[in-house]
Design a binder for this molecule. Structure first.
Ligand code: TXA
Ligand code: MG
Length: 392
């Protein structure tokens, strides 16, 4: 059998298609995130132009990139991620002039926001230009656009000469990857090249804002804090599905947020920061352990002492006073903890201000909104009852 080189694309025949996914030998290149090596970038750019898949770091999370103008290449992204075809992708650009290639008549507000927030963790939904492959947008008339603040993707887009469609480089519904190893864990053998530029400085995905409706709407909270955006967009709204969560840690209606960012083990969120809440958190964990559950805890440095002496696996997220640090560590620590042979993962909610609101959103999704309010004396009983009656 002929050997397979990076960039070779194995195209299954129609008959084989049900058995073989887009399958390649994945090559990993170390790239200097401050000074990307031009030869490596040129090679990766060529693979993008040829219809292949390249994973790369951004300031938010790793992306799985393909030529946004090539529908076949874009189809491969959905295939290898096992992503439903109705969930649209973000197009990454490297200059403001590419905005007009990708979007059809970006409104003045979009131009202003681009001048302020690009490059950076903001994605704008605009009208799609005819040049962008329709499957990038899952057939919608709109397109999501962002310019990453990271030298590797900027160099890659420039070198490939095309805008790059890229979702986060994880398997569908898994936590987003913040290192090259995470990409490899999920997509080895299904992506031509992984550019390893170290870990991602923000660690959570970009904020997505829809500028196609009369009132600008935040569709997903992320790296660009709402408090900052609202200074530039005074009539900014939060997507309906978040409105119930707006007053802090209240819950959106069940089912409003799709399952996402999920670790392998069941994930529960504990909210409440009073002294009572801390005691109840310890009580709940101790009770679960005595029932025979193997527990994994994701804790702030300050909170870790509350659980000392308990037979639980524990990962630290950083200081509760440094939400940026917690955001940066969140997905990586979810992935680290799930490898530790546990049945249940628990994390205490953080202050939902600034990037904390994006953290809160990811916790709601990872837990499928299983949040227990430990300021409520009933919470421990409710939690134990629900864990005991849950299907294995
Ligand atoms: O930080 C990020 O945004 C990362 C890096 C790689 O850039 N990308 C990322 O992509 O998180 P993904 O595919 O995991 O999330 C894209 C989000 C989804 O929630 C999707 O529904 C939304 O953007 N989106 C994309 N195109 C859209 C459109 N035309 N209209 C509404 N929402 C859209
Ligand atoms: Mg994603």
């Amino acid at each position: 059998m002929a050997s397979i080189a990076a960039g070779d694309i194995i195209r299954p025949t129609l008959k084989q298609h049900w058995f073989i996914m887009y399958s390649v030998k994945t090559q990993i290149f170390q790239v200097d995130s401050q000074n990307p090596q031009p030869q490596t970038i040129a090679l990766a750019g060529k693979i993008i132009r040829g219809g292949g898949l390249v994973a790369f770091p951004t300031e938010t999370v790793y992306g799985l990139g393909a030529n946004a103008l090539d529908p076949e290449a874009v189809a491969r992204i959905y295939e290898v991620k096992k992503r439903p075809s109705h969930d649209p992708l973000i197009v990454h650009i490297c200059s403001l002039s590419q905005l007009d290639l990708v979007a059809n008549g970006a409104p003045p507000l979009a131009k202003r926001l681009a001048e302020t927030f690009f490059p950076g963790p903001l994605t704008m939904v605009l009208k799609r230009s005819a040049q962008v492959a329709p499957n990038v947008s899952a057939g919608l008339e709109t397109v999501a656009v962002r310019m990453p603040a990271h030298k590797i993707p900027l160099a890659l887009i420039e070198s490939s000469g095309v805008p790059i469609a890229a979702p986060s480089a994880n398997l569908f519904s898994r936590p987003s990857p913040t290192s090259a190893q995470h990409v490899l864990d999920d997509l080895s053998g299904h992506v031509d090249v992984i550019l390893d530029g170290g870990s991602c400085p923000i660690g959570l995905e970009s904020t997505v804002i829809d500028l196609t409706s009369e009132t600008p709407v935040i569709l997903r909270p992320g790296g660009a804090p709402m408090e900052l955006l609202i200074q530039h967009v005074p009539n900014l709204q939060l997507s309906q599905r978040y409105l119930e969560a707006q007053d802090g840690l209240a819950m959106p209606a069940p089912g409003m947020l799709s399952k996402h960012y999920s670790p392998a083990a069941k994930f529960l969120v504990l909210k409440g920061s009073s002294q009572n809440a801390s005691q109840r958190a310890r009580e709940a964990v101790a009770a679960l352990i005595s029932l025979g559950y193997k527990i994994g805890l994701m804790l702030t440095d300050e909170d870790a002492d509350n659980f000392s002496g308990l037979n639980a696996r524990l990962v630290k997220l950083g200081s509760e006073n440094n939400l940026e640090e917690i955001a940066r560590n969140l997905f990586a620590q979810m992935r680290a903890l799930e490898k530790m042979d546990i049945d249940l993962m628990l994390m205490r909610a953080v202050n939902p201000q600034g990037i904390g609101f994006a953290i809160w959103d990811r916790l709601l999704r990872a837990s499928e909104q299983q949040v227990y309010d430990l300021d409520d004396p009933q919470a421990v009983d409710l939690l134990l009852e629900s864990v005991k009656t849950a299907k294995p």
